[in-house]
Design a protein around this ligand. Structure first.
Ligand code: MSP
Length: 511
């Protein structure tokens, strides 16, 4: 496998981490973990972080009566704690107030200042500007974007702003960006999001301000220190500054850029599909291979967000259901890419049906039988190759789900394999077979198939519930399972007869 660089958006520190942020981060973690177990998966780099400058953070700090830096330190630490608590396997965590980022951004802006647009104009120019600024979006809105005079995303009235700013001549990039997206040089998924961007580009592009005079909490514009860099422009650069671009050490950048997959919510599509490519093109850098745009976790039809005050804290879910179940419940509610309605009450139902009565119960059932009928030892089947489920097909479908980022379908597939194993056990009735010594061979076959299928199930759920998968492996005496590459372990027969197993406690106790 070649390298795999995956990123999440960097989260604003005006808000505490909630399960909307956790959703994106977990999806990236699932994909990073999936890729790391493949041959060559040691070349995976997974980046996340916090977006700490701008008017929104400045105002939030003021409201809390602390300095912006202290405020950022506290909230960024909460994000890092939440990701640690969710067992997120990011390789790096970038904060935009770090020196490595600030220095690199200044260097990059100095480089950009010397560049020309595809139509031969200077990239940056100064202009007086009057507009309506939404602090929640950290962006100017047009009159026609408003609903009853309010920002449709934040339900707040934008501020009338009049400033002399530096501008980025984005309008000159329209044709080249349309071409790159249409030709698939920059893939935008799902397809409807690609069409949304192309539709937006059809109407032309306006130049954007890249600096603010009235926002103090930001990186100083290196060629005009009275101004700070517009927060979105520097935030987007995190994806390359974290790799060392713009510094003296570009080794990581050379190893990992361009990104293979950048995940983002639909609210920030334009920034990633238009402004970001324009910056990269100006720098003469490759574009990311793929942007995947997902929907929102909604509550009562509204996006879960700090501004609307309807958030769920991932820590509460962990306290209630445990780490692996919390991970599962956050990512398995609806298809990745769509919006999905979340109800706190439905978590308990899903926990019981999919985990306590599903994989958890199946694990106890299988291991109890091995304990009872074979004294805690995996029996030897007569035919080690025989398996009733068509596991090869399951794996093909599973790999396909990951290739197409259909994480929800991958979860459904594992649940259907669990059901198939349940049905197999119901049909074989090991408890009946055990009544007569002459059925010993058939019983050994049934228990081997059950234990080995459990190994496959655990291997499939690993990226989603790494703790539960590891637990199943240790119960099956497979201490080294996860050190072995997936391609090798997808084959039937990986569990050695004679292994001593340990039934253990309920994996997911009923709620
Ligand atoms: N700081 C910018 C991103 C800069 S990236 C260079 C930002 N931050 S944010 O914290 O407001 O949101 C970041 C991301 O969090 C969203 O794009 C999305 O991936 C995720 N989500 C925040 N709320 C969400 C939901 N309610 N549902 C799903 N994802 C959500 O925008």
């Amino acid at each position: 496998m070649k390298k795999y660089y995956i990123t999440t958006p960097i989260y604003y520190v005006n808000s505490q981490p909630h399960i909307g942020h956790a959703y994106t981060t977990l999806m990236a973690d699932i994909l990073a973990r999936f890729h790391r177990q493949l041959l060559g998966g040691d070349r995976v780099w997974f980046l996340t972080g916090t977006d700490e400058h701008g008017a929104k953070v400045e105002q939030a700090a003021k409201k809390n009566n602390v300095s912006p830096q202290k405020f950022c330190d506290e909230v960024s630490a909460k994000f890092q704690l939440a990701w640690d608590s969710l067992d997120i396997s990011n390789n790096d965590f970038i904060r935009t107030t770090e020196k490595r980022h600030e220095d690199a951004v200044k260097n990059i802006l100095n480089i950009l200042k010397t560049k020309k647009t595809p139509l031969g104009h200077d990239i940056f120019f100064e202009k007086e500007y009057e507009g309506l600024y939404c602090v929640g979006c950290e962006a100017y809105l047009k009159e026609e974007d408003l609903e009853n005079g309010l920002c449709p995303n934040h339900q707040t009235k934008p501020e009338a702003v009049s400033e002399k700013n530096w501008f980025f001549r984005l309008s000159d990039f329209r044709d080249i960006i349309v071409k790159k997206i249409s030709k698939g040089e920059l893939k935008i998924l799902p397809e409807k999001r690609k069409n949304e961007v192309l539709g937006l580009l059809e109407g032309g592009l306006e130049d954007i301000a890249i600096s603010r005079t009235k926002v103090e909490w930001g990186i100083k514009l290196p060629f005009d220190e009275k101004q700070t860099v517009y927060v979105w422009v520097e935030a987007l650069m995190n994806y390359i500054t974290a790799l060392g671009y713009g510094s003296n050490d570009q080794k990581k950048f050379n190893n990992f850029w361009p990104a293979d997959l950048q995940l983002l919510g639909k609210d920030i599509l334009k920034f990633h599909a238009v402004i970001w490519p324009a910056i990269l093109i100006s720098l003469g850098l490759d574009l990311p291979d793929k942007l995947f745009v997902h929907g929102y976790l909604t509550i009562d039809g509204k996006k879960m967000s700090k501004t609307l005050g309807n958030t769920i804290d991932p820590m509460d879910l962990i306290d209630e259901y445990g780490l692996d179940a919390a991970r599962y419940l956050i990512v398995s509610q609806f298809q990745f890419g769509e919006d999905g309605h979340i109800k706190a009450e439905s978590f308990a139902n899903k926990y019981n049906s999919d985990l306590a009565n599903g994989i958890g119960n199946l694990t106890s059932r299988v291991l109890s039988m091995a304990e009872k009928y074979f004294d805690n030892v995996v029996p030897a089947p007569k035919d080690k190759k025989h398996e009733p489920f068509g596991m090869k097909k399951y794996w093909e479908k599973y790999l396909d789900c990951f290739k197409n980022l259909k994480i929800f379908d991958a979860v459904s597939l594992v649940n259907s394999l669990s059901k198939a194993l349940d049905a197999f056990i119901a049909e074989k009735k090991p408890w009946e077979l055990a009544k007569d010594e002459k059925n010993k061979t058939e019983l050994a076959e049934a228990i081997y198939v059950s234990c080995e299928t459990l190994r496959h199930i655990a291997r499939m759920i690993y990226p989603i519930m790494p703790g539960a998968a590891g637990d199943i492996f240790s119960r099956l005496a497979l201490k080294n399972e996860l050190n072995e590459k997936l391609e090798k372990r997808m084959k039937w027969g990986g569990l050695k007869p004679g292994s001593k197993i340990n039934k253990g406690e309920a994996l997911f106790p009923r709620k």
